[in-house]
Design a protein around this ligand. Structure first.
Ligand code: SAM
Length: 308
């Protein structure tokens, strides 16, 4: 019997179901239910709350979320081998665990929540490292805003967590991810988790990050912001007048000098010296200077990789 429920210890669950961790699925499992309870409490209080969990695996965090009182957990898991173990948890908590078998990148999570009675809803997950940033960027770019979730409590590799919460004060870590995060949320690192807490242990330390969506983020088109930060941080050692040279929006190449001047940013600055508000102003000015009649063209322009 484990400390938080009457289900078997996770080590036994993993062995009984033959859940040898797969690297390709970013599987590093947490067996310590005290630790998963700590993560669940960080997402709480959970009374009346619907939790969306990505990658429940054998269910360590899932069990903690249910034991901590979440109204229900909607868990999306790609590895079908985990489904029988999750079915045992669902049987222990009747009507409170809904397991969706599939790829979280392809599931409309907001629609799932709505189908299960709506919010308040939050996301809590020990994310698979290979899709963690892509998922976060997708959540930050949610439309409409405010989004369907009121909080994100997520485990990342420490290095990624540092990039998420970075500001210009942490130059090395500050980049597209920090700008996007700062634009739409307030983020902070809650605590670290050592490699030894996972099976198998990863090479690096992990961190639990909390993101609270801003009710009213600074107004700008996220796709323009995304394209601009990609251009600016793509050549982060260069001055902005150089890195934004040739920046095109809606089929028009914009004048980098005029754009920077309009946004009140010195052209000799580097991307890592410009704060979120500065990038938002740049995005506003860029949108103003691009032709308006091809607004749809933005979509392709903004479809850029989430890392950086
Ligand atoms: N939550 C468990 C824990 O804390 O022990 C497992 C966390 S493990 C780091 C990541 C989990 O995400 C694995 O169970 C893996 O199979 C699952 N996963 C990987 N890629 C996924 C995807 N695209 N969609 C849904 N689940 C995914």
């Amino acid at each position: 019997m484990s400390a938080i429920d009457d289900l078997p210890p996770l080590r036994d669950v993993v062995e009984a179901h033959g859940l040898l961790a797969k690297k390709s699925l970013g599987q590093n499992f947490l067996y310590d239910l005290n630790l998963t309870s700590r993560i669940a409490r960080a997402a709480g209080p959970l009374d009346g709350v619907t939790i969306v969990e990505i990658g429940p695996g054998p269910g360590g965090l899932t069990r903690a979320l249910l034991a901590e009182g979440a109204r229900q957990v909607i868990a999306v898991e790609r590895d079908e081998r985990c489904l029988p173990a999750l079915a045992d948890i669902a049987a222990r908590y009747p009507g409170r665990l809904h397991v969706v078998s599939g790829d979280a990148l392809e599931v409309d999570l907001g629609a799932l929540v709505a189908a299960h009675g709506g919010g308040p809803a939050r996301i809590c997950a020990n994310l698979p490292y290979n899709v963690g940033t892509a998922l976060l960027v997708r959540w930050l770019e949610s439309d409409p805003w405010p989004p369907w979730f009121d909080r994100l409590t997520l485990m990342f590799q420490r290095e990624v967590a540092e990039r998420i919460v970075a500001t210009p004060a942490q130059r090395v870590d500050y980049g597209r991810l920090g700008v996007l995060t700062g634009w739409r949320s307030r983020a902070r690192i809650l605590f670290d988790v050592p490699p030894s807490a996972f099976t198998p242990p990863p090479k690096v330390t992990s961190s639990v990050v909390e993101l609270i969506p801003r009710a009213e983020p600074l107004p700008c088109d996220g796709r323009v912001l995304s394209a601009l930060t990609q251009a600016a941080f793509g050549q982060r050692r260069k001055m902005l007048r150089q890195s934004l040279k040739g920046f095109a929006l809606r089929g028009r190449t914009l004048d980098a000098g005029a754009l920077l001047e309009a946004a009140g940013i010195e052209p000799t600055k580097r991307a890592e010296e410009v704060d979120v508000e500065g990038f938002v102003r740049l995005a506003q000015m860029a949108a103003d200077q691009a032709p308006r009649d091809q607004a749809q063209g933005d979509q392709a322009q903004g479809a850029v990789s989430p890392l950086g």
